[in-house]
Write a protein that binds this ligand. Structure first.
Ligand code: ATP
Length: 360
C-alpha cells in the first residue's frame, strides 16, 4: 500500500514560486490499477516523480507498506517507472534491454536469463528477442519498455502516459494489454493520463487532479455517475449544468436531494457528496439521462436553439428557461425522428434521481 500524505511541491521561480502540488493525499491499495487523471500541468507527473524519487517534495510524506520512501534514493525504492519516451537502448537487442536492469543489480546470469524469458513471454515478444530495438515497431518498443520495467519485480510500477505516442488502434490494444499485465503480475500500477476515456476503461480507481490538488477519488463509475464538483463533471464525459434551488437533503450520505428547477417544478436528484447549504445550487445532468417531451410534460422547459445532425444521432441544443444551455442526443432510428426546429418550445424530462447536486 502506498500512502502519499499532504505532499506539496513548490518550484522556486525568479519572480514567483510555483506550487505544482498543493497538499496531495492519496492511498493506493496493493495490487490496484490506480490512475492519476487531469489536464496538462495539473501536477500528475510531478507526483509520480516524487514517488519515484526523481523529485523531492517541499513537505509531506510517502510510505510504501509503512516504509519511508523519501529517505531512500530512487534506485533503492521498490518502484519502477515507464516513461512516455520508452528510452530503450537502440544498439541492444530486445532481450538485452529487458535484462539490463537486472544486470545492473548484479543478479546471477542464470536468473537474468530466466526472468528475461518470462518477461518476453508475458509481453508476447519471445520471437523478437534477438532483434535490435531500433528494428521493431512503436507498439513493440512499448512492450519491451514494460517488460524491462517489470523484470526486477517492483512492488509498484509508475506509468507516465505510456500510450500517448501510439496511434489510436494500437493504444486501444495496449490498454487491454496493460490491464492484463497488471492482473497477471499483481504489481500495483500508478498510471498517469490526461485521457478520460483511458482512465475510465482501465482503472480500479481514479484520482482526478486539477491545479496541484486532488479533486475526487473513486472507482470510474462513481466518478462518472456522482461527480463531486463542476470541474470533475466537466472534465469527465459530457455534462449539462443547470441552476436549481436546493430545498432539502433526504437521508444521510448517499441519499437524494429535493430541488426546485427553473420551471418551478420540484424534482429528486442525487445529494451532493459533502455539506451544501439550501439555496441556489448547480445540477449536473448527463445528456443520456434526459430526453425531449411536450413542453407541458417537461421538468425543465425551454426553446430549441440549434439542431445538429450527426448521422447516428441528432443533438438538440435547448436554452432552458433561466438561460442554461442543455444539449441532448437523440438516436436516429426509423420512425423516431422528432421534427423539431429552431425556435420550438420543448420540455425536458430527466430520469428520476439522475441529476447530481454539485459541491461549490
Ligand atoms: P502533462 O500532462 O502536461 O505532463 P502534468 O499534470 O504531468 O502535465 P507536471 O509535469 O506535473 O504536470 O507539472 C505541473 C506544473 O509544474 C506545470 O505547470 C509545470 O510547468 C510545473 N513544473 C514542473 N516541473 C517544474 C520545474 N522543474 N520547475 C518549475 N516548474 C515546474
Amino acid at each position: 500500500m502506498i500512502e502519499v500524505d499532504s505532499v506539496t511541491k513548490i518550484f522556486p521561480g525568479p519572480s514567483m514560486d510555483f506550487t505544482a502540488l498543493g497538499g496531495v493525499s492519496i492511498t493506493v491499495k496493493d495490487n490496484e490499477f490506480f490512475t492519476l487523471l487531469g489536464p496538462s500541468g495539473c501536477g500528475k507527473t510531478t507526483l509520480l516523480r516524487v514517488i519515484a524519487g526523481f523529485e523531492y517534495p517541499t513537505s509531506g510524506s510517502v510510505h510504501l507498506d509503512g516504509m519511508d520512501l523519501l529517505s531512500l534514493p530512487p534506485y533503492r525504492r521498490p518502484v519502477n517507472t515507464v516513461f512516455q519516451s520508452y528510452a530503450l537502448f537502440p544498439h541492444m537487442t530486445v532481450a538485452e534491454n529487458i535484462g539490463f536492469g537486472l544486470e545492473m543489480l548484479n543478479r546471477p546470469k542464470k536468473e537474468v536469463r530466466k526472468t528475461v524469458d518470462e518477461m518476453l513471454d508475458l509481453v508476447r515478444m519471445t520471437e523478437m528477442a534477438d532483434r535490435k530495438t531500433s528494428e521493431i515497431s512503436g507498439g513493440q518498443q512499448q512492450r519491451v519498455a514494460l517488460a524491462r520495467a517489470l523484470a526486477p519485480r517492483p512492488k509498484v510500477l509508475l506509468l507516465d502516459e505510456p500510450l500517448s505516442a501510439l496511434d489510436y488502434k494500437l493504444r486501444k490494444d495496449m490498454q487491454l494489454e496493460l490491464k492484463r499485465l497488471q492482473a497477471e503480475t499483481g504489481i500495483t500500477f500508478i498510471f498517469v493520463t490526461h485521457d478520460q476515456e483511458e482512465a475510465l476503461t482501465m482503472s480500479d480507481r481514479i484520482a482526478v487532479m486539477n491545479a496541484g490538488s486532488v479533486r475526487q477519488i473513486g472507482p470510474p463509475r462513481e466518478i462518472y455517475d456522482h461527480p463531486a464538483e463542476r470541474f470533475v463533471a466537466d472534465f469527465i464525459g459530457e455534462t449539462n449544468f443547470v441552476g436549481a434551488e436546493l430545498l432539502e437533503i433526504e437521508g444521510e450520505g448517499e441519499g437524494f436531494a429535493r430541488v426546485r428547477l427553473s420551471s418551478g417544478i420540484e424534482a429528486h436528484v442525487q445529494a451532493p457528496s459533502g455539506p451544501v447549504a439550501n439555496g441556489p445550487v448547480t445540477l449536473a445532468i448527463r445528456p443520456e439521462h434526459a430526453w425531449l417531451v411536450e413542453e407541458a410534460q417537461g421538468l425543465l422547459k425551454g426553446k430549441v436553439e440549434n439542431v445538429v445532425y450527426f448521422g447516428t444521432d441528432t443533438h438538440f441544443h435547448v436554452i432552458v428557461d433561466g438561460g442554461d444551455l442543455f444539449v441532448l442526443r437523440h438516436q436516429n432510428q426509423p420512425g423516431q425522428m422528432q421534427h423539431l426546429a429552431v425556435g420550438d418550445r420543448v420540455g425536458l424530462q430527466i430520469g428520476r434521481g439522475a441529476g447530481q447536486v454539485l459541491r461549490d
